[in-house]
Design a protein. Sequence first.
Length: 116
Amino acid sequence: QVQLVESGGGFVQAGGPLRLSCAASGRTFSSTNMGWFRQAPGKYREFVAAINWNGDNTLYTNSVKGRFTISRNNAKNTVYLQMNSLKPEDTAVFYCNLDPPRMDSWGKGTLVTVSS
């Protein structure tokens, strides 16, 4: 089982950047595809971005393409989400998980609040 801890959330003005980190435990991290997901107030959790095990391939939901970048450092067991040009509609709790996600691997998430 992979345990995940998200960090880096906070309050930012529209147009600003923020970088999220996800620290993973477990020896299988370097061979595992990972993803970022988010849940906005009153909405279902949704997919944001994914990265394959060695970082060669990435995938993004349309609403964040060109603004968000997912990356990973397997030596540090960490996956990142660089978020630029943030919009108020990006306000959400952000989670990382395996891709596809495992029900038993959801962490507490990290809250991102974007003011207009």
